[in-house]
Design a protein around this ligand. Structure first.
Ligand code: FE
Length: 159
């Protein structure tokens, strides 16, 4: 009996150690990322707001950004690396206060990641080239895709 208890104790200790993880795991960059910079370099390049959103996965306040009410034609590029991400052709007025698109300009331009923060399960949208956080995609968008890419203005520039 003591042997069994001892065995269980050892097993428990092993599992406890094996399952231990750092409190905050460093975010894994998407495998497509080719533009790699240190956080110090990103900080030097970006505004404080853009750094917070792109590199720290922050969210700008709704109706605060430069593109939520923008209707002029053009191409929206990554605020971090300049990759082409979205087109005004696919932009729609979601009423959410964030620029919204029903599809990216190219499927390969975007990387996706399941985001379980804040007690929700959402699909995070990132720039596939630099890994910059852009926003999230939801399934309540308009036709033809039914998707709503909810993107932070500060993560974008326009060409
Ligand atoms: Fe990028």
């Amino acid at each position: 009996m003591r042997g069994v208890l001892l065995l269980l104790l050892v097993l428990f200790a092993f599992v406890a150690v094996a399952c231990r993880r750092p409190a905050v795991a460093p975010p894994e960059p998407p495998p497509t990322v080719t533009v790699k910079k240190t956080e110090v370099d990103w900080k030097a390049q970006l505004s404080d707001e853009a750094f917070h959103v792109l590199r720290e996965k922050g969210t700008e306040a709704p109706f605060s950004g430069k593109y939520h009410d923008d209707h002029a034609p053009g191409t929206y590029v990554c605020g971090g690396c300049g990759a082409k991400l979205f087109s005004s052709d696919h932009k729609f007025d979601s009423g959410t206060g964030w620029p919204s698109f029903y599809q990216p300009i190219d499927d390969k331009a975007i990387a996706y990641h399941e985001d379980t923060t804040f007690g929700m399960t959402r699909t995070e949208v990132m720039c596939a080239r630099c890994g910059g956080h852009l926003g999230h995609v939801f399934d309540d968008g308009p036709k033809p895709t039914g998707k709503r890419y909810c993107i932070n203005s500060v993560a974008l520039n326009k060409k």
